[in-house]
Write a protein that binds this ligand. Structure first.
Ligand code: ADP
Length: 746
């Protein structure tokens, strides 16, 4: 031990100890002793009224930003320990509760610059006769640690609130709650959508009574969109704002309206920070922090922290949003995939038959299996609406619904539902079938109650439009826990309706063309009959006249008449062919089956044709003995048709080859020419009634397009098929089989 110091007086030693201590050491006195039996509130009020710092060391003075104890001694308690901070009231209350011996208690005080300092205190009160007269204490500056701690806690709780909450709106309300009072006395958070439209707002004030005033302040922004500070400017600029001290001078410089300034003053705003919420480079919202107590003035350091906090809030909110978007998309896609499968099915069903009534009924059944609990198809003929198909998995329910609908048809609102859709030609989607909707749909209470009992959930009605005119409507209705229809379901339903429209249109066109064909055939049959009678008479007269001319020796006149007769024969053949078509059609062509000599028949036809046509050479190849089974005249008719075609569609001087070829018990007959040939796409169709290859070149050949039709029908009746082998420009070969006659045949 130092011998020099041993001479120092104990009181001086004590003073030296106090001076050198790094802790603040203090003594508070009361102008008026405090009755410790009074209520804690009264005691606290008393302390604020009468307590002052009577003595302290320099370390304590430094904690408040002063150099020497002398500069701070004499300060009133209320100046150092602001009563506006509820934590200080709590601190004093704890002191009283502890019997005036408090350890490790935190106070939130103001330094020389009115910045907040946080101290850890140990203190003891001196009681005399039931009165507190002074307090001794020591304090440590824990501002940095405490702030750090509080900030860490805040960051953590904000993050956990945001992560836990799936409902973003609730999340920002929670955050607003957490920020007060740690970071602000009142605050506001807004979120905006991609267009900058404000979507959600959270507001909080430590004094709930002040909330309406805060809201009023924010409303006043609307009239001041150009204000320099506040949410609109944060969203606009994406830059942070800070006003450490809101005073008259600052307020005067505000580009804000008078009413706004009035509210700001009423709120007692002393300090302000505003920070935009930025995620992925986009402003998604903003937070404002406002302080009304003069103990808190936001510093650059606060702004830094608030920025970090806001960055995390923005990130988490954005992540939440992304997550829910992905979830929505997945859900949507799943629905969508189901709809695609449904569409594929629908197309199949709709293309299966040309009878659209049956088809639509099948379709409604499919819809009930996949898209709806109820499905109805209504058709509108311009006057009345007819329910064409109606389905539910329980047929009894369908029947009942049908009966009820008919019974109350005059009570149904004909401006809405199916009727509305048919009127306007526009689809409707009712994601939720509300009671209000049901009430509006009918004036009958009984029917209303019936509908209510069905427990309908969601509905969509789409029009079936043909050439843009609504001709029907399809209703999809879900019930109970059934699906809630979305816009994407509506798109599917509209697609279904447009496919149904096509199917209906096809079916209608088909019916129309069937009618037209029948009309044509009826006309041909009637006309050919009518033509034949006068033709026969004319032919008879020409023959009579020819005979008379022959007798009179007027050979020149007679020759002219034989020409008339020849043309009349041609006309007769044509009319007969037309009559044949009619007969084939009605199944009235008669066949006289018998065995006949094919070779003899072919030779006869060839020589007859050659006798009038010398330009083409017809050769017969193959040698077949024995007879075939069939109607000789009809087979001759087929051969004449094929040979005349071969001549007609050949070049002059062309060769025509008729071949017969024996297989096991059939003979195949073919006619080959080297003419214009037939393109593959026409080859099947040339056997159809009235079909002619329709290109400019072929059109110059005369004909009705019925020769091959009749020929193929005749061959069919003989149990065979005519086939053609050809290529454009390469000539054509027609071939058909005939049964060889044996005794077993017949
Ligand atoms: P048409 O009276 O038109 O000849 P067909 O029923 O006999 O009626 O023939 C139908 C169509 O088939 C003809 O219009 C022609 O285009 C085509 N056709 C028939 N035979 C031949 C052939 N030998 N060569 C080329 N085209 C042919």
């Amino acid at each position: 031990m130092n011998s020099h110091k041993q001479h120092i007086h104990p009181e001086e030693q004590y003073k030296a100890f106090i001076e050198q201590s790094s802790e603040g050491i203090w003594r508070f006195e009361l102008d008026k002793p405090l009755n410790i039996r009074r209520s804690p509130e009264a005691q606290i009020r008393h302390m604020y009224d009468y307590a002052y710092l009577a003595e302290c060391n320099d370390a304590m003075a430094r904690m408040y930003g002063y150099a020497r104890a002398g500069e701070i001694v004499g300060s009133r308690l209320k100046d150092l320990l602001p009563s506006g901070d509820t934590r200080n009231i709590e601190y004093l209350r704890a002191f009283i509760r502890s019997g005036y011996r408090l350890t490790n208690a935190t106070s939130y005080e103001l330094d020389k610059n009115k910045d907040i300092r946080i101290f850890q205190n140990n203190l003891i009160g001196i009681i005399d006769n039931g009165y507190l007269i002074r307090a001794w204490g020591t304090q440590r500056d824990v501002t940095q640690q405490q702030k750090l701690q509080e900030r860490m806690e805040l960051l953590e709780s904000v993050s956990s609130k945001l992560v836990v909450s799936l409902d973003r709106n609730i999340a920002i309300q929670d955050v607003a709650r957490l920020l007060v009072p740690y970071m602000a006395d009142y605050c506001r958070i807004v979120m905006v959508d991609a267009n900058g439209e404000v979507k959600e707002i959270a507001v909080n004030h430590h004094d709930p009574a002040k909330l309406p005033l805060v809201k009023k302040l924010y409303d006043s922004y609307k009239e001041m969109p150009e204000a320099e500070y506040g949410i609109p400017s944060l969203l606009r600029s994406g830059k942070s704002q800070i006003i450490s001290e809101v005073n008259e001078k600052v307020l005067a410089a505000y580009k804000s309206g008078r009413s706004m300034i009035r509210i700001i003053k009423k709120l007692g705003l002393t300090s302000y920070m505003g920070i935009p919420l930025i995620a992925r480079g986009r402003v998604i919202g903003a937070i404002t922090f406002s302080s009304v107590s003069n103990h808190r003035r936001y510093t650059r350091d606060d702004l830094k922290f608030a920025t970090e906090l806001s960055r995390r809030i923005a990130l988490t909110l954005d992540n939440n949003k992304l997550y829910s978007e992905v979830q929505d998309e997945l859900r949507e896609r799943k629905a969508y995939e189901g709809n695609l499968a449904f569409l594929a099915h629908v197309s199949k069903i709709l293309s299966m038959s040309l009878d659209y009534k049956a088809t639509l009924s099948n379709f409604a059944k499919l819809a009930v299996e996949t898209m709806a609990d109820w499905c109805a198809v209504d058709m509108f003929d311009g006057i009345k609406v007819e329910r064409l198909a109606f389905h539910h998995k329980d047929p009894a329910k369908v029947k009942l619904a049908h009966t009820m609908r008919n019974k109350f048809s005059s009570h149904i609102d004909t401006s809405a539902g199916v009727f509305g859709v048919l009127n306007k030609g526009k689809s409707v989607l009712y994601p939720v079938i509300t009671d209000e909707l049901i009430s509006k749909s009918t004036t009958s209470r009984e029917y209303r109650n019936f509908i209510r009992k069905l427990g309908l959930t969601s509905a969509m009605i789409v029009p079936i439009k043909i050439r843009n005119i609504p001709v029907g409507a399809i209703s999809f209705i879900s019930a109970g826990l059934g699906r809630i229809y979305t816009e994407s379901d509506l798109i599917t339903a509209e697609e279904v309706a447009s496919r149904a429209a096509l199917a209906i249109e096809h079916s209608m066109l088909y019916q129309e063309s069937k009618k037209a064909i029948k009309l044509r055939d009826d006309f041909i049959s009637m006309a050919s009959h009518e033509l034949r009678t006068p033709l026969t008479t004319i032919k008879m007269y020409t023959q009579v006249i020819q005979k008379q001319l022959l007798r009179k020796g007027e050979s020149e006149m007679r020759n002219s008449f034989s020409n008339v007769d020849m043309q009349l024969s041609k006309l007769n053949t044509l009319i007969n062919e037309l009559l044949n078509v009619t007969r084939v059609q009605m199944g009235k062509m008669e066949f006289r089956m018998e065995p006949f000599d094919l070779k003899e028949c072919l030779e006869k036809i060839i020589s007859e044709i050659q006798s009038v046509n010398t330009e083409n050479r017809i050769v017969l190849r193959g040698n077949v003995t024995g007879r075939v089974w069939g109607d000789k005249d009809r087979i001759c008719q087929v051969m004449v048709n094929l040979l005349l075609n071969a001549i007609k569609y050949s070049h002059k001087d062309g060769k025509i080859i008729v071949s017969v070829h024996r297989n096991k018990d059939t003979i195949s007959v073919s006619v080959r020419d080297f003419g214009i040939g037939i393109d593959a796409i026409h080859q099947k169709k040339i056997f159809e009634k009235f079909y002619r290859v329709n290109s400019d070149k072929e059109m110059t050949y005369p004909g009705l397009g019925i020769g091959l039709f009749i020929s193929s029908e005749i061959v069919k009746q003989h149990g065979g098929v005519i086939k053609v082998h050809s290529a454009k420009g390469k000539g054509a070969t027609f071939r058909f089989p005939l049964q060889l006659y044996s005794n077993q045949t017949v």
